[in-house]
Design a protein around this ligand. Structure first.
Ligand code: NAD
Length: 226
């Protein structure tokens, strides 16, 4: 079976009602990311960060996978599909994808801000000031700007082995994640689906499908199966 990697960003979940932030002047749902998505923000104003991610968790819970998530899952019938996502929502899993790597963590998991090695499932809000067993504060299991990306190495290995690489809904501006799209072996067929594709995509040899994710994925399936 041919191996396809889907590298997805916030744009794939936009049609499920979860807005991206790079499309709205660097604000994420009205918040400056420096105030809600950095270790410094957590040190300065834990409650604000907690409140922000509690809202994101509620939004993700309400959202449903869209046709783009579903078509990716369906391709598992014919290809060895792995999804490497920058998203913290669980829409790929709920659409039926069985191999999903979350580079930037998962909103439905939490951990201690002291020793983050144990993950706990969470569907509700994390209460302000809630502590973990080790005495640290409970925080969402998401990778903030400026933090290491623990899954990066295994993602890199998966990408080295790909036959086809498809970017869906990512500005390719968030590093190190975006580096995956620039480290493909020669000869790997590569596509990029984005409503507003990054101009550098053509330089990196991508076949660009300049459409929203649901329409672009339908085109891609026709191309791959046609
Ligand atoms: P991003 O850098 O991946 O950029 C979003 C991209 O999606 C843009 O290129 C835009 O043109 C494209 N896009 C927007 N709507 C689209 C649509 N309907 N169809 C196809 N493409 C579309 O993402 P970002 O918003 O800048 O976020 C960066 C980071 O923030 C993510 O990597 C993630 O960690 C976090 N984030 C996660 C979620 C989520 O989990 N759903 C949502 C927002 C932000």
């Amino acid at each position: 079976m041919e191996k396809i990697i889907f590298f997805t960003g916030a744009g794939i979940s936009a049609e499920s009602g979860l807005p991206t932030f790079r499309d709205s002047d660097g604000l994420w749902m009205g918040y400056d990311i420096n105030e809600v998505a950095t270790p410094d923000a957590w040190r300065k104003n834990r409650n604000l960060v907690q409140e922000f991610y509690n809202m994101r968790r509620r939004d993700a819970l309400k959202a449903q996978p869209n046709q783009a998530h579903q078509l990716i899952a369906r391709l598992e019938d014919k290809f060895r599909v792995t999804v490497i996502t920058q998203n913290i929502d669980d829409l790929h899993e709920r659409a039926g994808s069985t191999r999903v790597v979350h580079l930037h963590g998962e909103i439905f998991k939490m951990k201690s801000d002291r020793d983050g090695s144990t993950l706990y499932d969470i569907k509700e809000d994390i209460p302000f000031g809630a502590r973990a067993k080790d005495g640290g504060y409970l925080r969402p299991h998401v990778v903030w700007f400026g933090e290491a990306v623990p899954e990066m190495e295994s993602a890199m290995q998966l990408v080295q082995d790909a036959d086809i690489f498809v970017v869906v809904g990512s500005s390719l501006q968030v590093y190190p994640a975006a580096g995956l799209a620039h480290s493909l072996s020669f000869g790997v067929r590569r596509f990029l689906i984005d409503r507003n594709p990054p101009p550098s995509a053509v330089d990196y040899g991508f076949e660009v499908i300049a459409k929203k994710a649901t329409e672009g994925m339908a085109d891609l399936v026709d191309l791959l199966e046609g």
